[in-house]
Design a protein around this ligand. Structure first.
Ligand code: NAD
Length: 278
């Protein structure tokens, strides 16, 4: 294990651009159950019945009690995994985080560049005028809550069947294509399109690059456009997973996996980077 921690630390030190993709697992040590944990939210509420946009539209009053029940979201605090990523950003070694989480804990830990792929459940959005408010600024005494424009408020997380926010999608793809190292932390990588992100980082075919090296290629090869679809790197970005369990990525995409809890592994990686620098 120590070997892999040092390997990850070394890879981050050498990387030109490291990004992180995080999932429910990084918040598990903050007391928020993951999707598939026994006793978690989805054991109590069938996602088909409660978490699809179609279900919410047809009966918003039915979907809201689940949101009220997601109390862990309101009280949870960042854990050492979140704090470790914030430190990496402060050290200039983490470009951005793409998170599937809706709990705001990366921001609470101090990360400034967090792309919220699935929105944020600590906010609500009016389905009519799109006004965005913090959840604790509206009353949940009567459900569903209404906006002053008479539209229904919906939690600002992305429901199943809703599109990914355009800005988050665009920025994530750009980050995935331009990084040379991606840390994939606490995600089973089964929810798409988020699960595509490490694959985009790894796969040269999907990496359109428009940098100076490629421009040289255009000149040399008379502007053949297909040359543009290759990165100057020999292979795609390095993919390092941090997850106690193996995932779909582990055998086919990841360079290696640190099979440990994020709250244990990330602080150790930060400590190893500091030790290497001193
Ligand atoms: P998932 O539940 O499918 O998978 C969680 C992964 O985390 C698993 O692979 C598990 O082995 C791993 N894990 C468990 N404990 C860990 C730990 N301490 N450290 C590192 N890894 C750990 O979650 P997902 O892949 O993120 O996809 C589920 C969807 O559910 C996401 O879209 C997300 O929006 C949503 N969700 C979010 C939250 C949250 O905001 N905290 C919580 C539950 C679900």
């Amino acid at each position: 294990m120590q070997n892999l921690i040092e390997r990850a630390a070394q890879a981050i030190r050498r990387s030109r651009k490291t990004i992180a993709l995080t999932g429910a697992g990084i918040s598990a040590e903050s007391g928020i159950p993951t999707f598939r944990d026994p006793g978690g939210l989805w054991d109590r509420y069938d996602p088909e019945e409660y978490a699809t946009i179609q279900a919410f539209r047809s009966d918003p009053a039915k979907g809201w009690p689940m949101m009220k029940d997601f109390t862990e979201l309101k009280t949870a605090k960042p854990n050492p995994g979140h704090h470790g990523l914030a430190q990496l950003e402060q050290m200039g070694m983490l470009h951005c985080i793409i998170t599937q989480n809706v709990d705001n804990l990366h921001q609470a830990a101090g990360n400034r560049d967090v792309i919220e792929f699935h929105g944020n459940m600590r906010q609500v959005v009016c389905m009519s005028c799109r006004k965005l408010l913090p959840l604790d600024e509206i009353s949940l005494d009567t459900l569903p809550p209404y906006c002053s424009c008479k539209g229904v408020f919906k939690p600002a997380g992305v429901f199943f069947g809703e599109p990914i926010p355009v800005d988050a999608m665009y920025r994530s793809q750009e980050a995935a294509q331009s990084c040379d190292l991606i840390l994939v932390i606490g995600t089973s990588t089964v929810v798409y399109p988020a699960a595509d992100i490490p694959r985009i980082s790894k796969d040269l075919e999907k990496k359109p690059k428009y940098n100076s090296v490629n421009l040289c290629h255009i000149k040399r090869y008379g502007g053949r456009r297909e040359v543009l679809s290759y990165s100057p790197k020999e292979s795609g970005a390095q993919v390092i997973e941090i997850n106690p369990e193996k995932t779909d990525l582990t055998q086919r995409i990841s360079d290696f996996i640190i099979q440990e809890k994020a709250g244990v592994a990330i602080p150790q990686i930060v400590a190893a980077i500091k030790a290497m620098a001193s």
